[in-house]
Structures are given as C-alpha cells and as structure tokens.
Write a protein that binds this ligand. Structure first.
Ligand code: 5GP
Ligand code: MN
Length: 319
C-alpha cells in the first residue's frame, strides 16, 4: 500500500484502533487519520475506539468523538490499527479488528510481527504519525489532521530531539505548521505541563531512585498506595522515566509502577547503546531500542530484581 486512499476506496465504514494506555502518538495518529478520512472520503462512516487517555489530549480536535466503550455489534468494512505493535496491545479493540473485512496496521515498532492483512511497518520512523503523513495526500490534510499528527510526532520524538528525528521529520513538521498548528500551545500543554500531583509523584520517584551497574543504570519504583498518598494515578507518571535517563553517566533508566495490586508495569529508556526492547521482550513486552516496556506479576522486590538482571545483561552486551 502506497497511499491510505487505496484502502479507503470502495469501503463504507472504518474503525480506527490504537493501543492500550494511549500515548501522544497513539491518540495523535488515530485522530489524525479520523479527520483525514472525513475529508478524503466524506461518505465513509469512521469511528475511533481508544481506552481513556490523559486529559491533556482533550485539546486535540475530535477527542470528544472517541468511543471509550468497545462493546459494539458493528461490523466494519475496514479496520485501521495505528501504533499498536501486536494484537495483545489492542485490548478490547481486538474483537472489532477480528470482525472487520479488511484489516490494516500502520506502525513503527520493530517488534511488530504483522497481525493484519496489510501492514505498513517503518521501524526507522520516529512516530506512527509521521508514517501516516507519508501515506496521506498532502492536499487533503486539513488543519485538524495537521494538529493531531504534529502532536503525535512531537511526543514520540521527545519534541524533535530523539535519534529517530530526521531532516524529513522536520520537513513534515514544517508542512504541518504551515497548516496552522498552534505548536507552542500543543507542546506546552500536552508535553511539558504537569499537574501538582504529577509534580509531587515525580519528586518522590526521583528521590527514591538508585544507581547500579557502575552508575550506568538508574531505577526506581512506586506502589499504588504511594501514588494514592499523593493523589496520583498510573496516568500521572508520564515523563518520569525520561527525566531519570537525563542523569549524567546513565545509559538505562528503569521505572516500575504498580497498575493493579501485584501487577507492575516496567518502563525503560536508553541513551545511546543498550537495546531495552530486548529486556522487555523477555517478559512478553516490546517497543523500541531506546524506549520499551512490559508488564510483570509479583512482589515489588522480586519484579525489580528480575528486571534489573536483564537490564544489566543488556548493558554488559554493549560494554
Ligand atoms: P512506555 O514506557 O512509555 O509505556 O512505552 C515505551 C514503548 O514501549 C512504547 O513504544 C510502547 O509501545 C512500548 N511498550 C510499553 N509497554 C509495552 C508492552 O507491555 N508490550 C509491548 N509490546 N510494548 C510495550
Ligand atoms: Mn508511537
């Protein structure tokens, strides 16, 4: 598939799905595609299904149209999955995918095995939103699509600074800016802005952090009870693992947080050498070389010890 219009032609309805715990690229790519379909194929009925996301993303056009309830009897002609690396990452959306006649996935996770009829996988590209831009007819990209895709690109490139950022990324961001994206507001309000409880929970996690592997690894963890004491939820932890990675001399940051009693999410980042997606894959997770995650069950100390031993092995492999 060279252009998304090829799969829009001849179909009357489309479901758009992202991954569980939607992040900026997930929400941005799904909503960007939604607005594009409204313009490029106005006769088509398009619905976006996503788990509830952070309220900062409510400022994106169309955020209020997103369905958070996946209980639908509808059978769609077309189902387009954005930014989800495997079927398990769809959560309840998998049932919608299974019933659709034509299935497509647009993604940039190198761990994606290909689970739809058509897969557009570009592991070198910084965001799914950037891939979508390339699949769209530029003249049919309106302001709404531009705002959403720009947000997705900004989030998955750490505001255009990760190694995945290319001159083409900046060129596309420029083209989107020209369509009227309020970029200062988008970047400040969706990326940097923190609530008071987000700020306090970040402070606690950073204060509790430890170094290991001769200072190459920094790690920290937080329980549900500790979050509750500061009025925070797992949705308030965005940006913490990136902050930890900034520490001088650190190659890998590992952050564990409890999402339900006895279930921990591990979030990892690396600076330049270690491939953290390999450590995540050992526990059934995935992601990218520089950003990956997985879920584990057990007590906090046990889960932490298991993750740290994999991280240390990965660090040793690059010594
Ligand atoms: P985060 O640490 O921000 O939750 O996720 C970082 C990256 O790893 C994202 O690209 C995300 O898609 C991926 N990732 C996080 N958790 C999982 C997981 O449990 N399974 C898979 N396959 N990928 C994950
Ligand atoms: Mn992404």
């Amino acid at each position: 598939m060279r252009k998304i219009d090829e799969v829009l032609a001849g179909n009357r309805s489309a479901a758009i799905l992202g991954h569980i715990h939607p992040d900026g690229d997930c929400v941005g790519s799904c909503l960007g595609l939604y607005h594009y379909i409204k313009k490029a194929a106005p006769q088509m009925e398009a619905d976006v299904y996503l788990e509830p996301f952070r309220k900062e993303f409510f400022l994106l056009p169309g955020a209020g149209d997103v369905h958070h309830d996946f209980q639908t009897e509808k059978i769609y002609d077309l189902c387009i999955v954005c930014d989800a690396s495997d079927r398990g990452r769809l959560g309840a959306g998998a049932a919608i995918l299974d019933r659709a006649r034509v299935t497509v996935c647009v993604d940039h996770h190198k761990t994606n095995p290909g689970f739809t009829q058509i897969t557009v996988l570009c592991p070198e590209t910084g965001s799914t939103s950037e891939i979508l831009f390339e699949l769209m007819e530029e003249s049919l990209i309106g302001r709404e699509t531009a705002v959403c895709l720009y947000t997705g690109m900004a989030h998955d490139t750490g505001v255009f600074k990760y190694q995945s950022t290319t001159s083409r990324t900046m060129e596309i961001a420029g083209k989107l800016m020209d369509k009227g994206v309020p970029f200062t507001e988008i970047i400040d309000q969706t990326f940097y802005q923190k609530s008071f409880s987000q700020t306090r929970i970040m402070g606690k996690v950073l204060l509790d952090s430890q170094l290991c592997a001769d200072g190459q690894c920094i790690y920290s963890s937080v329980s549900l009870a500790e979050m509750e004491a500061l009025g925070a939820t797992p949705m308030d932890l965005e940006g913490i693992v990136e902050q930890m990675r900034l520490v001088d001399g650190v190659e890998v940051s590992l952050f564990l947080y409890e999402t339900a009693p006895g279930i921990f999410k591990a979030s990892m980042r690396s600076k330049s050498r270690a491939d953290v997606s390999r450590a995540a894959a050992r526990f059934g997770g995935g992601g990218h070389a520089r950003a990956a995650g997985c879920s584990l069950t057990g007590d906090r100390e046990g889960v932490l010890a298991a993750m740290l031993s994999c991280v240390k092995e990965e660090l040793a492999a690059h010594d």
